[in-house]
Design a protein. Structure first.
Lengths: 519, 302
């Protein structure tokens, strides 16, 4: 017997080991592909097949073809049969057997998903989205664990700390860097890469970067809250005072003129306001008013790396001074509008009832307005810009919005990712956003016939590409609180615009420096 | 050698422990354990997402030397407690006296006054937000728009925001105080009133010299519960004002919550919670000390 034909024990073990590793690799790699791969490990004891059926020399040859992705043996018969004729029969039999048995053999994986959507949205979730997804992925069962929005972060944090987080969570993009910088959320880059997704091709340019931190993607966006700051006006009031109802103000000068023109004063009191400049997003967010006007003023908030303050400049000063000035000119002082700056939405009610002609709120306001005041004749466009600054232009920014991610400690990453992908880049996004009549983060979905019954849809859609993502810092909520407090102090006459900006910038710098120094 | 037989007393004690064991377990797991953990975390830098690191007294030093909002929130809370607790005692007592009469429909009124207590505080807060809304609210419509009476600008005026929250809290909680006082009133022996009447006491003297001394343990209880609860005010401010305007409703627990779940400074928030724990303990001890002179307990005749 020749030397080569002798099968030593050591060699047999090497071969078996090699094939075992290959088989395990095949299973692992195939698990990432389209053809439900893990089953291979369980169902096909490759070692056995080889040892029994293939002559030793041939097997040696085969073990040397380690570079051939074993995944292809399972999923792409042609490649295998072409390249490794020895294995043809065995492999083909195995493939057939595996493919046949996949649906029955795969164990159901329960993906825990926590979301904060209100009652009205639950039927869409339960009757359309989850069944739609489970039809595509029969081995995944979505467990919808709805939680209260006001408590969401308490719940997430305690679950993560307790080692029992869900697999997928709904999270505000304004919180993503805060979680990411502390390791509270899982990076998605590996999943995105494996799925071959190009986020820039899928989502609006102003949307997907908000789910990242230091160039790593942590969440994918659901809605286009991109247009966080949009300008809404009452066309009937415009018409009543002789303004063209289809021509909203595009500059700060026009805004002032039109606001004054639509203001009604009776007996020394204002009975109809043109505009509350510092009122945004249901009123109680003066931090938002600073950020919202900062961009059409031609300015910025932070550097791209979110480490340094950029608003401490002449543009920022002009922003705060102008806002205070407008409150005096348009509303006769803060006292006259403070009553509308509440959390229950008095400013919205005033807008519906013709007591307020123009206001700023995000894209979601369209659906809210249609629900609360379906007959109102309103228009929507981008924020007017500061025409005293030659560099200013119509701009809307976004530094928040809803997204989905996977928290630290999530158990079912592969399956969770599939659900996350379906919710954001997949059909789940259209099913949800289309039903809500709110713009999707995916441009192509916004062309869907689902939206066409909304008369303002095309106006709204035309603003979305103008939206830019503003860098979000890991101490974003604290900075928002600082901006809100300082703006309120200024409006209440407790400090000057100069003091306000200096204090905002100083405190923000301190927060950023402290955080980055702690890393 | 035979084991000694258990006495009845010992058997009862054992069974007693068996029966209260679930409570003790619950107390240790859900109250004592977390309290000890919070106190321990107060000495750490902890963001919940990463393991805590020992920081010694750093949090406490920062709280007492470099945190304006700590003092502001403490003062806001103290003012709120100072406004709320007397209102709860006085109004709760008066309502109890009212529904304790033999007037027709008295039992209906009891149910009516108790009804707000079962309404979730979040819902009550939203309802009251619209009632007190300074521009479009019901109160303004009824008083100012209809009768020309100027109405305070609750919730948006820094001086009226706390009274606004006190009104809401009294409305939503007064049923509990009323029931406590009602039980105490009904426990006052009628013969004492008869004796007082024979001595020529009128209604006011009976109230001052019979009723109030005999319900003083309940008054004390309402004060203690009021102090403990109102120091932990959170929901109303969270829903109605988020601490504004100008931080005038930034109450202690709201500030603590912000530190823990908005800023992720859980170690710092734990230190704040520890301080609050000792403040409440101190106030409770003080109340007990004061009560020794003012509260009358019925003593069995020796």
């Amino acid at each position: 017997m020749g030397k080569n034909s002798h099968m030593t024990r050591r060699r047999l073990l090497r071969i078996a080991g090699g094939l075992g590793i290959s088989a395990a690799g095949a299973a692992a790699l195939a698990a990432c592909g389209e053809a439900e791969p893990q089953i291979v490990t369980k169902e096909v004891p490759v070692e056995k097949i080889v040892v029994k059926e293939v002559p030793v020399e041939t097997v040696v040859t085969k073990t040397e073809i380690k570079e051939v992705p074993v995944e292809r043996i399972v999923t792409q018969e042609k490649v295998v049969t072409k390249e490794v004729p020895v294995d043809r029969v065995v492999t083909r039999e195995v493939v057939k057997e595996v493919v046949k048995e996949v649906p029955a053999m795969r164990e159901t994986v329960k993906v825990r998903w926590q979301e904060v959507w209100a009652d009205a949205f639950q039927p869409t979730i339960e009757e359309k989205m989850i069944p739609g997804f489970e039809a595509q992925f029969p081995y995944i069962e979505i467990v919808n664990e709805r939680i209260e929005e006001a408590q969401m972060y308490e719940i997430y944090l305690t679950q993560i700390a307790g080692g029992d987080p869900p697999d997928v969570i709904q999270i505000q993009e304004s919180r993503v860097p805060q979680f990411a910088a502390r390791g509270g959320i899982i990076p998605l880059d590996a999943f995105i890469g494996k799925a071959g997704l190009n986020l820039a091709d899928i989502f609006y340019a102003g949307e997907w970067p908000k789910g990242s931190w230091l160039d790593v993607q942590y969440t994918l966006p659901l809605d286009n809250t991109g247009a966080w700051y949009l300008f809404w006006w009452n066309k009937d009031t415009f018409e009543e005072v002789g303004l063209d109802p289809d021509t909203p103000p595009t500059t700060w000068t026009e805004l002032e003129e039109m606001a004054l023109k639509t203001t009604v004063r009776e007996g020394g009191e204002i009975t109809r306001h043109g505009m509350f400049v510092p009122e945004m997003i249901k009123g109680a967010r003066t931090d938002a008013s600073f950020k919202g006007w900062q961009f059409p003023a031609g300015g910025h908030m932070f550097t791209e790396d979110a480490k340094s303050v950029l608003f401490d400049d002449a543009i920022g000063q002009r922003n705060v001074t102008w806002q205070l000035d407008m409150v005096q000119k348009l509303n006769d002082g803060w006292d006259n509008i403070q009553g509308y700056m509440d959390a229950v939405g008095a400013s919205r009610t005033a807008f519906y009832n013709g007591l307020l002609t123009m206001r700023v709120e995000g894209v979601w306001f369209l659906g809210v307005m249609r629900r609360d005041a379906p007959d109102i004749n309103a228009g929507v466009t981008h924020m007017p810009y500061d025409d005293t600054n030659p560099n200013a232009r119509p701009r809307s920014i976004s530094d928040d919005g809803w997204s989905y991610g996977m928290p630290k400690g999530a158990q079912n990453l592969e399956e969770g990712w599939e659900w996350l992908r379906y919710l954001t880049a997949g059909e789940g996004n259209l099913a949800f956003m289309g039903n809500l009549k709110r713009p999707s983060s995916v441009p192509k979905y916004n062309d869907d016939p689902l939206y066409q019954s909304e008369p303002l849809w095309n106006d709204l859609k035309s603003v979305l590409p103008l939206v830019e993502a503003s860098p979000i810092t890991p101490v974003n909520p604290d900075i928002d609180q600082v901006l809100k407090d300082e703006m309120e102090l200024m409006m209440a006459g407790k400090q000057s615009p100069e003091e306000t900006l200096a204090s905002m910038a100083g405190q923000t710098r301190e927060l950023l420096d402290e955080f980055f120094a702690s890393l | 050698m035979r084991a000694p037989r258990w006495t009845i007393g010992r058997r009862e004690a054992v069974w007693g422990f068996v029966f209260i064991a679930p409570w003790i377990l619950g107390f240790v797991i859900f109250s004592l354990g977390p309290t000890v953990a919070i106190i321990a975390w107060g000495f750490t830098e902890y963001d919940i997402l990463q393991a805590p690191t020992f920081a010694g007294l750093e949090n406490f030093i920062e709280i007492f030397t470099d945190d304006e909002k700590f003092l502001k929130s403490l003062v806001n809370t103290a003012i709120y407690v100072g406004l709320l607790v007397p209102c709860q005692v006085v109004i709760g007592f008066l309502l109890a006296v009212l529904v304790n009469t033999k007037l027709p429909l008295a039992s209906l009124f009891r149910a009516f006054y108790f009804l707000p207590t079962i309404m979730p505080l979040v819902v009550a807060s939203i309802v009251w937000a619209w009632v007190l809304q300074p521009e479009l609210g019901l109160l303004k419509f009824l008083l100012e728009d209809t009768m020309g009476i100027p109405t305070p600008r609750f919730m948006v005026d820094e001086y009226w925001s706390k009274p606004g929250i006190v009104i809401l809290t009294v409305w939503s909680s007064i049923g509990v105080q009323m029931i406590l006082f009602l039980a105490a009133l009904q426990a006052v022996p009628p013969h004492l009133y008869e004796a007082a009447e024979i001595d020529g006491a009128g209604p006011l003297r009976k109230l001052l010299h019979v009723t109030i001394p005999l319900v003083s343990p309940t008054i004390f209880l309402v004060i203690i519960i009021g102090i403990i609860n109102s120091f932990q005010v959170f929901t109303t401010a969270f829903v109605l004002t988020q601490g504004g305007p100008l931080d005038s409703t930034l109450f202690y627990v709201l500030y603590l919550w912000r530190k823990a779940f908005v800023s992720f400074e859980f170690g710092y928030a734990s230190a704040l919670a520890t301080i609050l724990f000792f403040i409440i303990m101190l106030l409770t001890a003080l109340s007990f000390w004061v009560s020794r002179r003012l509260v009358h307990y019925e003593q069995p005749e020796s």
